[in-house]
Design a protein around this ligand. Structure first.
Ligand SMILES: NC(=O)c1ccc[n+]([C@@H]2O[C@H](COP(=O)([O-])OP(=O)(O)OC[C@H]3O[C@@H](n4cnc5c(N)ncnc54)[C@H](OP(=O)(O)O)[C@@H]3O)[C@@H](O)[C@H]2O)c1
Length: 238
């Protein structure tokens, strides 16, 4: 079965920026597959958006699982036969709770856990889903990164989170390079400091403001930017 409507997948769509990105993409006419590692939570989040009249369905996806990523790809292949947008949004930030804030106390297990979600997770999901973009020579992949991963402005603290976002930016560059010459555009974005469970209540930005550039990159016209790192629609240093 195939559909003319553009199909978007959002990882970690059940709350925070992923939930808001799902809402904004659906408002722009996309059919959104809101994915969540907890099935019931994802269903509840999708139902909230459906109640707003939006075309959103839920599907369970744990980005740390290769089989979960493959199941999602198979579901999309059977239901829609293509994929247009992938927002790699799911991530964890566990340095403080793991006592890993200073690099001198960072535990290798914390780094492994963080990389498994924030970097390998993006690799697993993208590897599984990109064939659905290649088949139609159209795709927009947005990797939700962070200024915390910028090498030019690298500070201390948040050690494993920082390392994971720097590595994520490397994935963006490599994917974009390998997809060069196709109509599949891959970019990193820093959403700014946003009021979510991760960002905390002191953050100045609302989720709606935070997803603005994410949605812009997800909806780039043909020939648009690829292999870039953006905040507020402007390129920023790696
Ligand atoms: N908020 C900020 O200020 C800020 C700033 C810069 C960058 N970012 C980035 O923006 C993105 C979204 O952040 P947020 O603030 O919305 O964070 P959040 O509120 O903590 O939400 C994180 C989302 O990721 C999901 N997730 C975590 N591990 C997962 C896994 N193994 N499989 C699938 N989903 C998983 C969570 O699912 P559960 O509900 O199941 O835990 C949740 O849906 C992240 O990439 C983050 O690094 C945020």
């Amino acid at each position: 079965m195939s559909t003319a409507k553009k199909i978007a997948v959002v990882t970690g769509g059940n709350r925070g920026l992923g939930f808001e990105a799902s809402r904004q993409l659906a408002k722009q006419g996309y059919k959104v597959i809101l994915t969540s590692r907890d099935e019931a939570t994802g269903k509840g989040a999708a139902e909230k958006l459906q109640a707003e009249g939006l075309d959103v369905i839920s599907y369970s996806l744990d980005v740390t699982s290769e089989s979960s990523s493959r199941n999602l790809a198979e579901f999309i292949r059977q239901q829609f036969g293509k994929l247009d947008v992938l927002i790699n949004n799911a991530a964890i930030f566990i340095d403080a709770q793991a006592g890993s804030t200073s690099i001198f106390h960072t535990k290798i297990e914390t780094l492994q856990q963080t990389i498994d979600t924030n970097v390998y997770g993006v690799l697993r999901v993208t590897q599984a889903l990109v064939p659905l973009m290649k088949a139609q020579n159209y795709g927009r992949i947005v990797n939700v990164s962070s200024g915390a991963g910028q090498l030019t402005d690298m500070g201390s603290g948040m050690t494993t989170y920082r390392i994971s976002k720097t590595a994520l930016n490397a994935l963006t560059r490599i994917f974009a390079s390998e997809l060069h010459g196709t109509n599949i555009l891959v970019n990193s974005v820093c959403p700014g400091w946003v009021k979510t469970d991760m960002g905390g209540q002191d953050a100045p930005r609302t989720p709606e403001e935070g997803v603005e550039t994410i949605v812009w990159l997800a909806t780039l016209a043909d020939g648009g930017a690829t292999g870039g790192f953006f905040r507020d629609r402007l390129p920023i240093d790696w």
